[in-house]
Write a new protein. Structure first.
Length: 277
């Protein structure tokens, strides 16, 4: 058997080449209105994917859609509050009716500790439940909804945006830390079940990233520790800075392509070197 062949035949969908870059595969990105989700959606659109962008803010989505389309991409705006249990089904139905089955799912929407940071003994139970609804249950439901079509076609990519806090904890963010651990577990469970059918599932674990969510967290930590925002920002990683959303997006977009066909069930750090496991 010659190199580049599987079972005596060329396996075209795992070869490098222009087919991956120019593909118009259908992608869904949640939490696409800002930050990492926005960067992922924009990059997918630039590569020729049809990108359904979901978030709570219609204005942010419309702005992003305009940018994607101005660069030659296609965007579908789907306002969505993923804390509502029926919304994942409505989102997938809207995309399927408009374009067809979802081929790339990026579960990026999340609620961070910055929204209500507290010590565990003072933690708000309702916020705990809300965090798990958005950070775990919504990705679970979306994955469950898109998998049948992916398995039928023999191709699919699921990328879960977890966090470096799925590996190392931080103070006063129990719900975020626990839910991101759960999302990492969901990634592995999915990968184990579907990897032999052309569908992969992986997680991206960003470190401290320059987003509005993280701005609020650093402001809280500055008040708590007495350090300045700038000091905390410089200490965010061995790079001496926070990460850029585009730096995280680059890995997520690679995992969404044909070239990543052999990568499955992994949780990749994009953290500037603050974690090595």
């Amino acid at each position: 058997m010659r190199p580049g062949k599987i079972g005596g035949r060329v396996k075209r969908d795992v070869l490098l080449g222009e087919s991956s870059i120019l593909s118009d595969r259908i992608a869904v990105v949640t939490g696409a209105g800002r930050g990492i989700g926005r960067a992922i959606a924009l990059s997918l659109g630039q590569q020729g994917r049809r990108v359904a962008i979901a978030a709570r803010s219609t204005a942010e989505l419309e702005s992003l859609a305009g940018e994607i389309e101005s660069q030659g991409g296609q965007a579908l705006v789907v306002p969505a509050d993923l804390s509502v249990r029926s919304v994942p089904g409505e989102l997938v139905a809207r995309v399927t009716e408009t374009w067809g089955p979802v081929e790339i799912l990026v579960n990026n929407a999340g609620i961070g500790s910055s929204q209500d940071p507290r010590p565990l003994v003072d933690f708000d139970d309702e916020f705990w439940d809300l965090s798990f609804e958005v950070n775990v249950t919504a990705p679970y439901l979306l994955t469950k909804l898109v998998l049948p079509a992916m398995l039928e076609s023999g191709w699919g990519r699921i990328i879960n945006v977890a966090s470096i806090n799925a590996k190392i904890p931080s103070l006063h963010g129990a719900a975020y830390i626990a839910s991101k651990h759960a999302l990492s577990g969901l990634t592995k469970a999915t990968a184990k079940e579907v990897g032999d059918r052309g569908v992969t599932a992986n997680a991206v674990c960003p470190g401290v990233t320059a987003t509005l969510m993280n701005d609020k967290r650093l402001e809280y930590d500055a008040d708590r520790t007495g350090q300045s925002f700038e000091q905390l920002e410089a200490a965010a990683s061995p790079l001496g800075r926070r990460l850029l959303p585009e730096e995280v997006a680059a890995l997520a977009v690679f995992l969404a392509g044909d070239e990543a066909a052999a990568i499955n069930g992994q949780s990749f750090n994009v953290c500037g070197g603050i974690c090595f496991n």
